[in-house]
Structures are given as C-alpha cells and as structure tokens.
Design a protein around this ligand. Structure first.
Ligand code: ZN
Length: 262
C-alpha cells in the first residue's frame, strides 16, 4: 500500500477507492493500470464506451485513433458526443470529454486512419490494442501486429442486435485468422455495414472490450483467448465458442485440428 500512496495522489486514491477494494486490484493493481497504455482504434459505437470505462478506471495513457468527424447519425450510440460536437473530429472531441471525466489520464489524439508502419509503431508502443472499427482489414492487421509484437488485442464487432469479441495475444496460438481466414468479400462487408446497429448492443460490447483490456493490464482473470463471446441481444443471451488454432495459420502458426467455422 505504501507504493500506492507514493504513486497515486490523494485525489486518485479517493477517485478509485471503490475499485481498489476489489481483491485483484488494490493499490498494486491501480498502479498497474496507471502504468498501462492502450491504443483504441475507432471512437465509434464500440470505442466510445470502451474509452469511457478505460479512462474512468485510471488507465495511464490512452491513444484514440479515428479519422472521422461527428455526425448526427452517430449520436444514438457514440455516447461521448453531443449535438454541439457535430462536425468536430471524433478523436479530438472524445479526448476533450474524457479529459473532463479524468484529468489524470494522458490522452493521445490521432485523427487519422492508421495502417502500415505507422500502425505498427503505435501497436509497438502500447500494452493493449482495442480494435473497435467497422473495418475488417483493420481487425486482421491488428491481429497480425499484436501477435508479431507480443501485444494483447481485443477485437470486437457488432451487427444489428448481435455482437462478438475475442482476444489474441502474442506468444499464444489461436487468433482472429484462425476464426476467419481473411476479410470477407467487398459486397458482404458492405452488407454488414448497411445492416444497422442498436446503441445498447454496441455499449455492451464496448464495455466488455474495456473489461478485457483492464484484465490484461492487471494480469487477472481469464481472457477470451481461443474463445469468441457472442451476444444475442434479442434472445438476451451470451454464448462462448471455443476454437482451436487453425493448422498452418499464417499469423499465429497454429497447429492442430481446425475448429468449427463461424
Ligand atoms: Zn491463428
């Protein structure tokens, strides 16, 4: 506890007092969060709630990447934004709100779509990546980089009343490419983007992504490695599906019998 008192000021000790009561957290866990760094790709339906819970939990540094500007049609699910922010860059508007919620957190604003070497450098510099965009290419790129660079990535997606997340980690077999060999065809991807989305579903899945990232920083609990967690919003149910590494997976070098496909 002495460490906690030295590294966390009185304001932080009071701010985080409820979660510091949790057995796997305490002062040591809170310091781990403070030393942690998370890259969030996409400040949309998933990214907004994920950022909300990461910042209020006291993660030390958060980087927000999003090239888009706030639109009226975003406000039903992108809970960091309000009317007066329409037209502003999402990454900047989100950072402003998050700073008000917790000024102790360092927030890096990246109002751009990350790919190539730039994405690699940013993944390399963080502890955990939250993939919260609607781009399948981004999900596969993050999967591959996390495995290559020894990082943890929490990859989420929502569609209509359903959502799913899985976690991959460098050094572990079983990854997003074991589940889905590659991005879907362009017309299928377009159908997904046109299918609609309910804010509450995105909120649940984004909060779950934050929870996975916090557990990864703390080193507690069971991450969704080689498992995909699926929400059926209409049926009010979750199900977990375990999968095995795909033999010869180009990303994780998986070996063994392939799992059922999704
Ligand atoms: Zn794999």
């Amino acid at each position: 506890m002495l460490d906690a008192l030295e590294m966390l000021g009185p304001e932080e000790l009071e701010r985080y007092s409820r979660q510091m009561l949790l057995r796997p957290m305490g002062g040591t866990g809170q310091i781990r969060l403070k030393k942690g760094s998370i890259l969030v790709l996409g400040a949309g339906g998933l990214g907004c709630p994920a950022l909300l819970y990461l910042v209020t939990a006291g993660v030390g540094r958060v980087a927000i990447s999003d090239p888009d500007r706030v639109e009226l049609s975003n406000l039903g699910r992108q809970v960091l934004f309000h009317h007066q922010m329409i037209g502003e860059r999402k990454a900047e508007a989100a950072a402003r709100v998050l700073h008000c919620l917790n000024p102790n957190v360092k927030i890096d604003v990246l109002p751009e779509r990350l790919d190539g070497p730039h994405l690699g450098r940013l993944v390399s510099a963080c502890d955990v990546v939250i993939e919260a965009t609607d781009s399948f290419d981004s999900k596969f790129a993050v999967n591959d980089l996390a495995l290559k660079l020894g990082k943890t990535a929490v990859i989420g997606a929502v569609l209509g009343f359903s959502g799913q997340i899985t976690t991959v980690r460098g050094g572990e077999r079983g990854c997003y490419r074991c589940l889905f060999e590659g991005p879907p065809a362009a017309d299928e991807a377009r159908r997904c983007q046109d299918a609609g989305i309910l804010g509450a579903v995105a909120g649940i899945m984004g909060a779950l992504q934050a929870l996975e990232a916090i557990k990864a920083l703390l080193g507690v609990g069971d991450l969704l490695l080689r498992r995909i967690l699926q929400l059926d919003g209409l049926g009010s149910g979750f199900r977990q599906v375990e999968f095995r590494p795909r033999p010869g997976c180009s990303a994780c070098g998986g070996a063994g019998r392939a799992s059922a496909r999704f």
